[in-house]
Design a protein around this ligand. Structure first.
Ligand code: UGA
Length: 435
């Protein structure tokens, strides 16, 4: 198929490359010229495992091209919209400027029979609002939310847990949209193991925001339990393991820590709450504000713990291991690691950060001391904070690091270190909700 993907961020660029990997001819469109130049040369503009190979392979074969000009989409039959929906400046709601611009941009090129596929995370009701303009061109609109995780984006796109089609009410248009997506995803659907769920626009839009709201709630739940564990000297990791064995609860997303960040969960729960309020359900979804407050409190609590462990942060050198919001990513958006680094500085600490992915970005920004690796950061430090659980950090040898540090104090902000190993090497260890 001839496919176009509008928006070449984490979602769009990975989707474009993955669709080319499935054998389609794909053109990716973005307004950012520098990003398009980089992608066109086969180089990824962000850190994402496996993406570089898929990108390079498909650019090289000529199946995948990029452009800033919508005219490049002229002979496409399937148009994916994967642009960002950031938080509005004036409220917690989602800013749909880029979604509207994408639809406006492609309207002149739409022909009878084309299918437009929304992938961006949008407030419920958006697809129904956009559909008439698309249908006026003889095309139709389907909403096909994306559930990929950064760090696993290529795998999640090519081997998704499920595929959701939010279809138009008109049966003829619905059949056409469904057939187009079935052809596009034929290789993924071929062995019949990937559930493909058909529903209306509203339900598909709600599936996406409710999934992220549920995940955020699960994390804040376990972080609240971590606070209870701290209060009584219990161990949240053991608690999570025990409740997670009940498969109605499940053990995933029950890792207590310094909280969730990134470009999706924090923004999406706010946007969903704002939309729910418009629907008269503000009180019903007030718990999402609590979810956010618990999340934010985790950073402050980590700083308090470090303050206590070091006997006062003023003038102390703190090595912060990790800056990205999660490992295998260079994404600094809403990163708890970064928030903590800032809070530590406000409390008078001398902070040095290291991150295998985001380190170069931070160094270029120049507003914080960045070390090349964990050993360099820890050398001469009074305390260590594990803020992002990169493999290279969880595998550090505490025995070898002990003589390099000035203070053998470690706060495991992701409960990812082998506590006993660090204690045996003479470190004062504390986790989040465990000691
Ligand atoms: C999230 C969802 O997991 C995806 O399904 C969704 O498609 C995506 O948002 C999106 O809307 O585009 P992502 O932002 O990549 O994916 O990150 P997650 O893996 O969900 O992690 C989010 C944050 O939660 C990270 O900061 C992570 O460290 C934290 N986390 C995760 C915990 O603190 N504890 C856990 O148990 C799990």
């Amino acid at each position: 198929m001839k496919i176009c993907v509008i928006g070449c961020g984490y979602l769009g660029a990975v989707h474009a490359a993955s669709m080319a990997e499935l054998g389609h001819d794909v053109v990716g469109i973005d307004v950012d010229e520098a990003k398009i130049a980089l992608l066109s040369s086969g180089h990824p503009p962000f850190v994402e495992p496996g993406f570089d190979e898929v990108l390079a392979r498909n650019v090289e074969s000529g199946r995948l091209t990029f452009s800033t000009d919508y005219a490049a989409t002229a002979d496409c039959e399937l148009y994916f919209i994967g642009v960002g929906t950031p938080q509005r400046r004036d409220s917690h709601g989602a800013d749909l400027t880029y979604v509207h611009a994408a639809v406006e941009g492609l309207l002149p090129y739409l022909r009878e029979g084309d299918v437009v596929v929304g992938k961006s995370t949008v407030p419920v009701g958006t697809a129904a609002e956009l559909a008439p303009a698309v249908e006026a061109k003889g095309a139709c609109l389907v909403w096909n939310p994306e559930f990929l995780r950064e760090g696993f984006a290529v795998k999640d796109t090519l081997e998704p847990d499920r595929i959701v089609y939010g279809l138009p009410n008109d049966p003829q248009l619905a059949r056409r949209a469904q057939a187009a997506l079935d052809t596009c995803y034929a290789k993924i659907l071929a062995d019949g193991t990937t559930p493909r769920l058909l529903m209306d626009y509203q339900t598909a839009e709600l599936v996406k925001v409710s999934a992220n709201s549920f995940l955020a709630t699960k994390i804040s739940f376990i972080n609240a339990m971590a606070q209870a564990c701290d209060a009584v000297g219990a161990d949240v990791a053991k608690l999570a393991e025990a409740i997670g064995l009940d498969d109605r609860i499940g053990k995933k997303f029950l890792r207590a820590g310094i909280g969730f960040g990134g470009g999706c969960l924090p923004k999406d729960i706010r946007a969903f709450h704002a939309r729910a309020a418009e629907l008269g359900l503000d009180e019903t979804f007030n718990f999402l504000t609590e979810v956010e407050l618990i999340n934010e409190s985790q950073c402050g609590r980590a700083v308090d713990a470090l303050n206590e462990m070091t006997g006062g942060l003023e003038g102390k050198r703190v090595a912060v291991l990790g800056a990205a919001f999660k490992p295998n990513s260079d994404d600094l958006r809403h990163s708890p690691a970064r928030t903590i680094a800032r809070l530590l500085e406000e409390r008078g600490a001398d902070v040095v950060v290291t991150d295998p992915g985001a380190g170069p970005i931070l160094a270029a920004q120049g507003d914080i001391d960045v070390a090349i690796d964990a050993t360099t950061a820890i050398t001469g430090a009074d305390a260590v904070l594990l803020a992002t659980e990169w493999k290279e950090f969880s595998e550090l040898d505490p025995q070898a690091l002990a003589p390099l540090a000035r203070g053998k104090v470690v706060l495991d902000g992701r409960n990812a270190l082998d506590a006993q190993k660090w204690k045996d090497a003479g470190w004062t260890y504390r986790g989040i909700g465990r000691r």
